[in-house]
Unconditional design. Sequence first.
Lengths: 538, 313
Amino acid sequence: MSYAATHDHHDDHHGAPKGFFQRWCMSTNHKDIGTLYLVFALTMFFIGGSFAMLIRAELFKPGMQLMQPYFFNQLTTMHALVMIFGAIMPAFVGLGNWMIPLMVGAPDMALPRMNNLSFWILPFAFLLMLSTLFMPGGGPAGGWTLYPPLSLQSDSLAYVVFAVHLMGISSIMGAINIIATILNMRAPGMELLKMPVFVWSWLITAFLLIAVMPVLAGAVTMLLTDKYFGTNFFNPGGGGDPVLYQHIFWFFGHPEVYIMILPAFGIISEIVPTFARKPIFGYKAMVFAIASIAFLSFIVWAHHMFAVGLPLGAEIFFMYATMLIAVPTGVKVFNWVATIWGSSMTFETPMLFAIAFIILFTIGGFSGLMLALVPADFQYHDTYFVVAHFHYVLVTGALFAIIAASYYWLPKWTGNMYSEFWGKVHFWNSVIWVNVLFFPQHFLGLAGMPRRIPDYNVAFANFNMISSIGGFLFGATQLIFIGVLIHCAFFSKKKATDRVWEGARGLEWTVPSPAPHHTFEVPPVIHDDELAHGHVND
Amino acid sequence: MTSGGIRRSFTAAAALALASFGSVVHAAPGPWQLNMQRGESTWSQVPYHLNNISLAVCTVIGILVFGAMFIAMFRFRKSRGAVAEKWSHNTMVEVVWTTIPVVILVVLAYLATGGLTSWADTTGSQMTVKVTGYQWKWRYDYVDYQGKPIDKVGFMSKLDTQSDRTRQLGSGMDPFAVKVGDESTYLLNVDNPLVVPVDTKIRFVITSGDVIHSWWVPATGWKLDAIPGIINAAWANFQTPGTYRGQCAELCGQDHGFMPIVVVVKSKADFAAWLAGQQAKSAAPAAAPAAASSAAAPQTSQAAPVADTAKQG
């Protein structure tokens, strides 16, 4: 109602520009740019996914079947870089672009032209990076962490460094935009502690991005000067230290991990109350937990480096700090469970993905706790146990949240309902095969299979074959997702209502479906009852 | 593998679960192995027990949390006529579920800290071996034993010929056929294993000649990075003679997957005999003036023992 109350006198006299180039390449509209980000992320998800399919195909059985080891190393490196910087991060930025102005009652992002620039840098950054695969020396093959001295042996280092610089610039501009929007453009009455948890999670994530992307840029620039300009930051022969790079990289890298999961927490905190028809349990605790996790992310980086030979005191400090993260993360999981307790649930596709997120992300959290224990980590480190751990938090965590958010807001974006049947087919296939894919990798790691190897002893054959089968089927299942998206956007006959979901609360559900090109040009009048978290007293 | 195959696989996994989680000791990884190996050194029990304890803690918490979720999903369905309640916080339970994890974490941290402190203490070692990582092989130099320095005993250790031929792209050879005795050693066997005595606290000093590697024999319970310009130290005290296998655990380039580690643990008497033999061999080429210093490494490499990686009692 708040939308209609301020908009019934308003002529919709400027819709989307007509020309394709004008509309998409020159866009300053947060919805169109959000769509661009999401389409880009989906494209990258399939490119990165095809790398993963090749990796699993080579690992299907012992013996080298398909490729030389060096190409295998390029695949693992590119798979990670594409998925992290090309799929997961842009997908969250796209969701933020689309939904943050709608959720806080703002007409657009605070800096719309910069918004355009921060998106359009990305395709060029990835063109630069992916082009190395077709060059004589091949793509980067030293792992996505680009550890020197190994990464300095690569011919494509300069391409990757410049691509990372571009991605970093894009991320920083995106983060500035999100902070400026949330802090300055909220409709009157949308107090900070009434904001959706998703908006909160993005506000905190944006600060993390601004804090750590320059650190990454510095680290890779030092690699560049070490290789091409005769510096010795990481070269022991010149007085440098290879471990210094790891400290700098993980000072970026660990907050980066939370950049990829905090917005997911926000999404789940919106979806679960909607389909549980019950307000989120402990709103303030949820916000505070996100903030604490963000703070802790700055003081745990060396837990990625327990095996480099840190001093005893450092190992103990980073172990304790890492274990502390289990407390706020536990609070979040318990609060989600408390939200569904005593509720009235229905299980549409977004809710199914959200429930799967809570369970499977928690499993990833458990293995994270085990990894935090330094003596045990001496065995787990750099094995498939770690691979299983971070795929549980990134695939069944971050990716499942992105898919859940896509189903949740798709009717608002397109004005049409997606096919619930095919959405559920997508869900059940995803949740089964992703576990067939990643769960056996715990066993492989515990039995002693190192990560990033193209071939393995026959003792690891059985679980690798199971994992590969799960991988192929999980990959194929994602084609269903494409089908559902195309059907919903272009062919679905079922029109979405404005509210879409019975239990949906929040400003984004007060605008028509599909959301018009311009919304909230006049700030909405806010009634606390309409907000998802309007009556917070705890 | 068909779906029937998958089903058979899971049945077999279930049948072997007991054995794998039980007290069976694995010197090398076995098919369907589910849990970490216990290891064969005095310290390797620490990660093994921490792994089992933390896994048990996580399992119990998981059963409670996921159990509550499944009960909720069953009871509080709209289709069963459930009506949503209005409450959205409860200070009491929030304090409880913040405090209990803290207590569990303190216990785990206590156990882990004790284990870590004992790992870091390399004092009182009776032997020192220098381990150097290269792309893509290891070098072992014997530094001292029982307080006496050892001269010129050192050799390169790289992937065995049979594995190396089999692993070539399009070799057409069967990885399952690579065996020593009845043990499948594909990619886990070397030409010259590291030979050490049983029941001796051995200090390993680990470094690298090019990029970062990581020296990992699961039977010791730890891995430690081999980093150029840095010398790391750790120790192991093997309790049983035998052959223990491991691999490089840090991505080090194209043949990262093909630089295994084999440690042969011998009785003290056998080790003393082996060491004397090595010293005698290395004395011979050293006497010849033709042995230029630049060729020292390959020379000693040839002086290394004939491949001897069969299981030793």
